[in-house]
Design a protein. Structure first.
Length: 307
């Protein structure tokens, strides 16, 4: 059984009458990357600030390393590295000085690995922080975090402002941490980033966790895009269970495209097989499909989203 590093149970946070967090429950286990996804305003950063001991919860509980995140925040931070989505630095210090300061504050030292990270991220550590772009400010925080030997890494929209090449470097180092048995909580709205790296995913909507699991487990809730051509006449499948947006090809006989509930795919194949399939293409659902489907449900409801 996996060791639980971070545990959140029915966490709530109110600001006056406004409920920023209504019901947050999930765990992060040792050696896994947990993706925490949702749009801006859904409650991701509020959850993380509560975990860091910056905000005090209004209800529920949250522990890291078995310790209460509010009462034991100082001892927790000794084993934790954190990178926010908006990094603010001391303007008159150089990037190198700030990296060393971050490391010293966490009882860590500048090592050869730190120099390798500076080179890999192509950061000029001799420049004053006031001259840095947003992307370079992010690099400073990421280099310090990846130089830190922590047990839990919390990244809150960490690649904001980075170009695609540096995003790749970030992903490589996160996977290296995972391979070394470290635990990572990654909050992001870049779905491809989450899909590539995360072992499990939690979707937050309006201050609630509405689904958690592996991408494989959650794909049963999404639809696969199917294009099929048969030798025998292809009937109208629009009334078949699990079939959506059925459309016949205007140019090719007995060819159609449609989306299909993934858990009904076997039933569809039984229908298509006697028709002598000439070509069949299926595109598996992505995390984005899953994400959009949940929010489409929300729009069909009260249509309200948290600010």
């Amino acid at each position: 059984m996996s060791k639980t590093v971070l545990s959140i149970n029915h966490l709530q946070k109110k600001f006056g009458k406004f409920e920023a967090l209504k019901d947050i429950t999930f765990n992060v286990n040792k050696g896994e990357v947990f993706g925490f996804i949702g749009p801006n305003g859904a409650g991701k950063s509020t959850t993380i600030r509560t975990l860091l001991g910056i905000l005090r919860s209004s209800g529920g509980s949250a522990t890291i390393f078995g310790k209460d995140v509010w009462q034991d925040s100082v001892s927790i931070h000794e084993r934790l590295a954190y990178v926010p989505g908006d990094v603010y630095l001391w303007p008159n210090l150089t990037g190198g000085e700030i990296i060393d300061l971050f490391l010293k504050l966490n009882h860590q030292k500048h090592t050869g690995h730190t120099d390798e990270l500076i080179k890999e991220f192509e950061l000029d550590p001799s420049k004053k922080a006031r001259t840095y772009s947003k992307g370079n400010r992010q690099k400073v925080a990421l280099i310090a975090a990846f130089s830190t030997d922590a047990d839990l890494y919390i990244f809150d929209e960490p690649t904001s402002g980075l170009d695609p090449l540096n995003e790749e470097i970030f992903q490589k180092h996160v996977l290296a941490l995972k391979n070394n048995g470290k635990s990572i909580l990654l909050s992001s709205h870049i779905l491809s980033e989450v899909e590539r790296m995360c072992d499990r995913i939690g979707i937050i909507r309006e201050g609630r966790i509405i689904e958690t699991g592996t991408l494989t487990e959650m794909r049963h809730l999404t639809r696969t895009l199917v294009t099929v051509q048969t030798r025998k006449p292809l009937p109208d499948l629009s009334t078949s269970e699990g079939v959506h947006s059925f459309k016949n090809s205007d140019n090719v006989a007995n060819k159609a495209s449609f989306s299909m509930d993934s858990d009904k795919m076997a039933q569809l194949m039984l229908t298509l097989a006697p028709l002598e399939i000439i070509g069949l293409q299926s595109t598996p659902p992505t995390l984005e499909d899953l994400f959009l489907r949940y929010y489409q449900k929300d729009e069909q409801g009260d249509g309200q989203n948290e600010a």
